[in-house]
Design a protein around this ligand. Sequence first.
Ligand code: SF4
Length: 342
Amino acid sequence: MESILALTFDEFKDRIVDLLVPRYRAAQIYEWIFQRGATTFDEMTNLPVAFRQELSKLYKFPKLEVSHLNSLDGTKKFQFMLEDGHIIESVWMPEEKRNTLCVSSQVGCAMKCAFCVTGAIGFKRNLTAEEIAMQVWAIKCVEKLPLTNVVYMGMGEPLLNIDHVVRSIELLTDKIGIAVGKRRITVSTVGIVPKIREFVAKTDVKLAVSLTGTNNIDRDHWMPINKSHNLEKLTSELKSIPWAEGRKITFEVVMIKDKTDSENQARELAKLLQGIPSKVNLIPYNENSFFPQLKTPSPEKIEKYKQVLLSQGVFAMIRLNRGADIMGACGQLAGQSLGQNA
Ligand code: SF4
């Protein structure tokens, strides 16, 4: 049976006509699902009972969140159990001017970044477009938490699930559906070089590239993808893409004490980004029990790194540490546990 979240409004309208009911019924159903947060057809009391029963035979609602955890800083981590028993996580982060949801694009991840708990799980499977969209629908439309931005920075490497990710963006940006603005969506990749051009051609949401290592020796260690898609290949591909006026690529650097936080590395990064329309997000490492040897640098050290970038003409920002106490921070999403094997 098909998920009710798998279709855009226009596609659903056409299906409704096939059922020999008036088109306005589609708008009623969508209002129930996306404005009122209905999770069953039974709740749609302005539809005839027989029609509701027919819809239930054709479409299913996704299973919803199984649990959530609240951080002291207001961050909430949601866990969803999928139909096959796998668990994925999404993290909602309220800030003064925006409320961001970090979504997963795969169950687990094959990229094995050396600082990331998700990478330690290994890869289980790709999420479907509706499983990705479901995370946003559940938080925005059902839980009714305020939501302005969506980042694909949860479990998984989005560009290795490119078709479902691109389709999920169509579902998220459907104005009669989940209705997130295109400019409010960012997809973050480790830099799968052969997929970047394809992705940029298929969608114009924002792109972020996770670097962390600023030379090939360091990056080979932190992000093993570098062994096949090294910094030269990555930056030369990014330089050769004709970016739209004003479009900037965000580069992410995980700041790890005495490993990735030196002023020399900041200078190396500035040099690397020459000729690419870019800005840099510095993400202080979230200490955790899986990698006890990795520590967060002092705020002063991170600030110095940022100042070096600014002095070289590279715009840089320090991201706040969010949700670390609920394992909801960057690189800490692991499903139920490292041992989940559903
Ligand atoms: S940082 Fe992202 S790409 Fe790297 S292992 Fe973790 S989830 Fe995968």
